[in-house]
Design a protein around this ligand. Structure first.
Ligand SMILES: NC(=O)c1ccc[n+]([C@@H]2O[C@H](COP(=O)([O-])OP(=O)(O)OC[C@H]3O[C@@H](n4cnc5c(N)ncnc54)[C@H](OP(=O)(O)O)[C@@H]3O)[C@@H](O)[C@H]2O)c1
Length: 269
């Protein structure tokens, strides 16, 4: 039964989250969304908005409690909230790297831990974690984002095995580049090392172009819908035009892939 299933999507104030909330609302799901500051941004009407910061234990616990008090159950959690930190591996401060993990890895972990007791009690539930193609093919000068998304992918696979017996399904989406607000809100490591300036600037200008030319986030929303309505959802779903590189990475010699990556990010001049 699809109708009236309760879905919670983190980060619905823009991008994938907003598109997914809109699509699921139109297909008879009961949708809850989150933003750190819902009153500051226009929200999708019909979505039950919860003020929630995935970085905070208290905020996550309170937000999930409010939802459960109102809806009485939760069928699907989409762990979507996130941001991108850019900066060289050597340039980025440990605190900046930890903050990236706090949102993009521990955020989904915190959310899952908050909803799993309810899903176990229900004997059913589904968690969809939004990772990234960067988890498969890391982007230079975006290494901590790639590491957080790769951690999310590995953790999701372990979680999937652990909760299957309780009727809970876990999947991961690995999007390529999509036209959302992600490029505009990207955080940049404060400290720079001059030796990396030229390389970083070339790679980051390519990154900006990739976001600008990214795919329509509606494709992501349709993917979430497909996973939610699938009888046996897979672990991984690569989405967007870059998904072919995931297949190629397994088929082609490492040196060919590495040269392609260096060419794309203009690392060799
Ligand atoms: N766009 C792409 O090309 C792409 C590719 C691969 C993966 N992804 C992933 O897709 C997900 C969605 O990103 P998007 O592209 O749709 O970007 P977006 O348009 O910038 O949306 C990000 C959402 O995350 C929320 N958010 C950020 N930090 C948060 C926090 N600490 N607590 C709660 N909410 C937070 C924001 O809400 P508030 O600011 O209102 O709190 C916003 O609604 C992210 O996990 C991103 O890494 C995107």
């Amino acid at each position: 039964m699809v109708e009236n299933r309760v879905v919670l999507i983190t980060g619905t104030s823009s991008g994938f989250g907003r598109e997914t909330a809109r699509l699921l609302l139109g297909r008879s799901f009961k949708v809850y969304g989150t933003s750190r500051n819902p009153s500051a941004k226009p929200q999708e009407s019909g979505v039950g908005m919860i003020a929630l910061d995935v970085d905070s234990d208290d905020s996550v616990q309170n937000g999930v409690k409010d939802l459960l008090d109102e809806a009485g159950r939760l069928d699907v959690l989409v762990n979507n909230a996130g941001y991108v930190l850019t900066g060289g591996a050597e340039e980025t401060a440990i605190e900046e790297a930890k903050a990236q993990f706090e949102t993009d890895f521990f955020g989904p972990v915190r959310m899952a831990k908050a909803v799993l007791p309810t899903m176990r009690k229900q004997g059913s539930g589904q968690i969809i974690n939004i990772s990234s193609m960067a988890a498969i093919l890391p982007v230079p000068f975006e290494g901590y984002y790639a590491a957080a998304k790769a951690a999310l992918l590995a953790w999701s696979e372990a979680l999937r095995h652990e909760v299957k017996r309780f009727g809970i399904k876990v999947s991961v989406i690995e999007p390529g580049f999509f036209k959302t607000n992600l490029g505009n809100t990207r955080k940049i490591a404060r400290y720079t090392i001059r030796d990396y300036d030229e390389l970083r600037e070339r790679a980051m200008s390519t990154l900006d172009d990739d976001f600008r030319n990214g795919a329509d986030p509606k494709i992501m929303a349709e993917t979430v819908f497909r996973i939610i309505t699938s009888k046996n959802p897979k672990l991984e779903y690569a989405v967007g035009s870059e998904r072919r590189y995931k297949t190629l990475k397994h088929l082609m010699p490492q040196s060919t892939i590495e040269n392609g990556v260096r060419r794309h990010w203009k690392l060799d001049g």
